[in-house]
Design a protein around this ligand. Structure first.
Ligand code: GAP
Length: 436
């Protein structure tokens, strides 16, 4: 993990938030490569989940919602972790994590083993509070959303009546969520500010329909991870035991990835019955049921949820792509992203600065179709190494011979093989190998 964190900083993927002030635990900033990778992840999710489907629509809802939303969802009363305080160092820790949390004062020991007395475990609500308006009293308390999906439920009726969708159909959203995690850790795996990609699929609330769509979404989502280019053997599905399930849930599975710290949750897929809409009906006293024209039945739809973090997908891609091999007798670090996920798809190098004009012309033509980078600093070998480290799948060199034969050299990242390609074929050559 240390090597991945170091590469992520060195190459402009992830920086510690407000680093010049010593940083702030659990918050991260994304640099030029990071923002490009995040965009690729979100675009690929949105394309598959929304644009290529007939039965899905998107929303983009506010981060702060009416506080009753979080009463109805159970977050105000139950969204908490058990926490203990150390009376010696005044540190606060998750009670269920102390066995593997180092003591801040004696890192060779675990929390509680340093001689400090720990308090009884207490529930600590993970929602960030703020105030809306000029007053700062109980009546003006609001919360930064801890998940994006609740506004999908509260806007369900508006979307249904304006989108011409009929059950079964889904509503998808990508957006920031906030949780005041007691122990943010493992780089961006557990942060206090993160982004989710969530989808709620509304169905008839029968056991058979629930099971059918639950199985369907499990298969769809696993395939999405394969198409992202993640190694199949590093992914697994962990079905929740009966005693792990919420009382209303009929099934829940975590898609897990084998991170350097072990298998951990990447996405949750849940068959949630019609609990969420029923809660909002109860608290808002608004009718969120649907009427089936064919059967003349009125019912509150059930839901299958798929909930995934952008940041965890980002970390998965970094961990999965990270590799070391040798190039020209030296060790090289390379990110073997699937080409369609790479932040830069093609880097254009003029062999000499004298060739800037035609090389830039080629880069400007290509950038209309794919993300490119023009790079003329240092030797060609150095430029290859730089682009290997950010995962650029193709480097295109314009040399003096190109002036004569109208060909360029394309070098492929993983095999390091080089080919001469006619300039007017470069765009087709690259597109064929990049587009998913
Ligand atoms: N609406 C359901 C829900 O939010 P969750 O399991 O709490 O379920 C879903 O979160 C996904 O959001 C997780 O699988 C993970 O990918 C991401 N996630 C949750 N908490 C996170 C955190 N503190 N930091 C980064 N990602 C997080």
């Amino acid at each position: 993990m240390e090597e991945i964190v170091s590469l992520a900083k060195r190459r402009g993927f992830v920086f510690q938030s407000s680093e010049i002030y010593g940083g702030i635990n659990g918050f991260w900033d994304f640099g030029p490569m990071g923002v490009a990778l995040r965009k690729n992840i979100k675009d690929f999710w949105w394309k598959r989940m929304v644009e290529l489907r007939d039965d899905m629509v998107g929303v983009d809802t506010s981060i702060i919602a009416h506080p009753q939303t979080w009463k109805a969802s159970g977050h105000v009363d139950c969204f908490s972790d058990p926490m203990v305080d150390c009376k010696k160092c005044k540190g606060r820790f998750r009670a269920d994590h102390i066995k593997d949390t180092p003591c801040p004062e004696k890192p060779s020991k675990k929390v509680g083993e340093c001689g400090g007395e720990l308090t009884e475990a207490r529930a600590f609500n993970l929602m960030f509070q703020t105030f809306v308006g000029a007053n700062q009293d109980n009546a003006s308390i609001a919360y930064l959303r801890p998940e994006t999906c609740q506004s999908i439920f509260t806007q369900f009726k508006n979307v249904l009546t304006t989108s011409r969708q009929k059950i079964p159909f889904g509503i998808a959203q990508i957006g920031k969520s906030f949780r005041n995690e007691i122990t943010p850790r493992n780089f961006i795996f557990r942060s206090r500010e993160f982004e989710q990609m969530e989808m709620e699929f509304f169905i008839r609330p029968t056991k058979e329909e629930g099971q059918k769509w639950y199985e369907y979404w499990k298969a769809e989502r696993l395939q999405w991870f394969y198409d992202l280019g993640i190694k199949k053997e590093k992914l697994r599905m962990r079905e929740h035991e009966k005693d792990e399930l919420a009382h209303y849930a009929q099934g829940c599975v975590d898609v897990e990835y084998e991170f350097p710290m072990g298998f951990s949750e990447l996405e949750g897929i849940a068959n949630r019955s019609n609990y969420d809409l029923s809660q909002h009906i109860k608290f808002s006293k608004k009718d969120l049921s649907v009427f089936d024209d064919e059967t003349k039945e009125k019912y509150v739809p059930g839901v299958v949820e798929c909930s995934l973090g952008v940041d965890r997908t980002f970390l998965t891609l970094l961990c999965d792509a990270f590799a070391k091999d040798t190039a020209d007798g030296e060790e090289r670090i390379v990110l073997r992203f699937a080409p369609h996920m790479a932040p830069v798809k093609a880097a254009i190098f003029p062999l000499s600065k004298k060739l800037e004009e035609p090389a830039r012309k080629l880069e400007h033509a290509l950038r209309k179709k794919m993300t490119t980078d023009y790079d003329d600093s240092g030797s060609i070998g150095k430029r290859y190494r730089r682009h290997d480290e950010i995962g650029t799948p193709f480097c295109v060199t314009y040399d003096f011979q190109s002036e004569e034969d109208k060909q360029v050299t394309i070098r492929e990242r993983d095999t390091m093989k080089q080919e001469r390609i006619a300039m007017d074929q470069v765009e087709r050559y690259l597109e064929k190998r990049i587009i998913k």
